[in-house]
Design a protein around this ligand. Structure first.
Ligand code: FES
Length: 122
């Protein structure tokens, strides 16, 4: 079994089906794996609003819906697409080694909304 510095083995890559949520534990924390358009994405498994378990929610297109108050989070970026949550989910780098999915222990920098463009006057 491969060992990758800063990563932990999650599950075999060939067990991951497109458009299905897989709850996994990395560094004793809840994470979710989702394959979307062939890319495997890893997100924190706990809602940033009031800490509900997102694996109990729904996956619809590229959105995870929280089971408690229906916040929406975009897969792969963690961006909030529907309130009441305002803080994006942490996302994590993913690597495939020897047929297994490895997830980074430390999160990527959080998603930031692009700056708003000033309105042009005519
Ligand atoms: S706990 Fe997820 S929306 Fe409130």
């Amino acid at each position: 079994m491969a060992e990758l510095d800063g990563f932990e083995r999650a599950m075999p890559a060939d067990e991951i089906e497109e458009g299905v949520m897989y709850p996994v534990e990395i560094d004793q924390e809840e994470r979710i794996l989702v394959k979307l358009n062939g890319e495997i994405c890893a997100l924190n498994g706990i809602c940033t609003h009031e800490e509900a378990l997102l694996a109990d929610g729904d996956l619809e297109g590229n959105t995870i819906w929280c089971p408690l108050h229906s916040s929406g989070f975009e897969i792969c970026t963690g961006r909030v697409t529907n309130p009441p949550a305002v803080v994006p989910l942490d996302t994590y780098d993913v690597r495939i080694e020897d047929g297994d999915v490895y997830v980074a222990i430390e999160p990527r920098p959080k998603y930031k909304e692009p700056p708003k463009q000033p309105r042009r006057r005519r």
